[in-house]
Ligand binder design. Structure first.
Ligand SMILES: *Cc1c(COP(=O)(O)O)cnc(C)c1O
Length: 369
């Protein structure tokens, strides 16, 4: 049947660029319905293995929540060493990406610039709003191709830089970020996505916010803070940019239970738990990465500045199948530009990492491939 014949009233009614989209294949959706069970170990979505313990006060749930709950904003601003006026709380960092696209890019006309291989949501958010996506590939060492990026001045409204980058674990130098900020001054927003910054906190770019009016930094509670299920992220920028983003955010983006739990997570005890978790995960990452590097057909790719390890193997399809069979789920990154045959492992708890390493060793040792 031709595409024309399958068209019906609904696809005729649907906005043309939406018809062309397919729902996002999140790590979770990829394995949904594939016999997912309680014994499966999820090392595929860069989540933390260390869930916290929270209680909520339901006595306020009859009321609408504040758009920007004061306690959350103040707590995050303090944590990030910024002013409350430079801090916006959103439904995950993903909503921050979407707000930037909606506030600064005109549908059907404007474009963003992304630097692949990188996080998928920048392009998806743009496509959802019929905004163009230009690509400047990273260098072989996953640093920014500065001259190429600068050739897009005047052609894009926002540049997305992910540091530490998902899925390569590499950080972008402040020197390079400043070059981009200078070149796009008055021309485009430069977004630095710091979703994994707690794993490499010395490299945060927040100190540049006072000097560069076009800088936006994205943060989240989903990774180091072990609250992916909460859907809570932060956008850090000049108070003028924050005011602009407030024009396009929903009236009640942060549910009351989310605000309560986020405030708790940002208190001293919550911060101490997060920092302790990060220390454990970094140790695990270094030793897993070293152990994998010793395996013949495994080549470690990128760096270890986040909570995952990326590697290349000629047996990636067979290894994935073997791990799924043994209930260990990791993420295939081989469809990304320049990441042929690459798989990504999220660091789990010590027992999970040990099991995973033993399985990978067994796979290569007994020639299961
Ligand atoms: C996980 C992730 C996000 C999304 O964070 P949420 O707050 O869960 O929406 C944003 N950017 C990168 C690079 C990520 O890996």
């Amino acid at each position: 049947m031709s595409a024309k014949q399958t068209r019906n009233w609904l696809s005729d009614l649907t906005v043309e660029h939406v018809n062309a989209l397919t729902p996002y294949e999140s790590a979770r959706r990829l394995f949904a319905g594939s016999g997912a069970d309680a014994e499966q170990v999820w090392l595929n979505a860069n989540e933390s293995p260390f869930a916290g313990d929270y209680a909520v006060d339901s006595s306020v749930f009859n009321r609408y929540p504040d758009c920007q709950p004061d306690t959350v904003i103040k707590a995050y601003a303090t944590y990030a060493n910024l002013q409350a006026s430079q801090t916006l709380v959103t439904r995950g960092a993903d909503e921050g990406i979407e707000l930037i696209v909606r506030a600064f890019c005109e549908a059907g006309k404007d474009s963003i610039l992304i630097c692949p291989p990188t996080y998928g949501m920048y392009a998806i958010s743009a496509q959802t709003f019929n905004v163009g996506v230009h690509k400047s590939l990273l260098n072989n060492d996953f640093s920014l191709k500065i001259p190429d990026i600068l050739s897009y001045v005047g052609k894009v409204k926002a540049v997305f830089i992910c540091s530490p980058n998902n899925p390569t674990g590499t950080s972008v130098s402040q020197q390079d970020i400043v070059k981009v900020l200078d070149a796009f001054k008055d021309q485009a927003i430069v977004v630095v996505d710091e979703a994994y910054i707690e794993f490499d906190i010395a490299q945060t770019q927040t100190d540049l916010l006072d000097k560069y009016e076009n800088l936006v930094i994205l943060r989240t509670l989903s990774k180091a803070f072990a609250l992916a299920g909460l859907r809570c992220g932060f956008t850090l920028a000049s108070s003028e940019i924050i005011q602009t983003l407030l024009k396009v955010i929903a009236p009640y983006p942060i549910p009351a239970p989310v605000a309560q739990i986020a405030s708790k997570a940002l208190e001293n005890q919550g911060l101490a738990k997060m920092r302790n978790d990060v220390a454990v995960l970094k140790d695990e990452l270094i030793s897993l990465s070293a152990a994998l590097a010793d395996i013949g057909d495994i080549q470690i790719i990128g760096d270890t500045n986040a909570n995952f390890v990326l590697f290349r193997t000629q047996s990636k399809t067979e290894l994935m199948a073997y791990l799924v069979k043994h209930k260990m789920l990791i993420r295939d990154q081989s469809k990304q530009i320049n990441l042929q045959n690459c798989l990504r492992i999220t660091i789990g708890n010590p027992a999970q990492n040990k099991t995973l390493l033993a399985l990978i060793k067994a796979f290569f040792a007994d020639g299961s491939q």
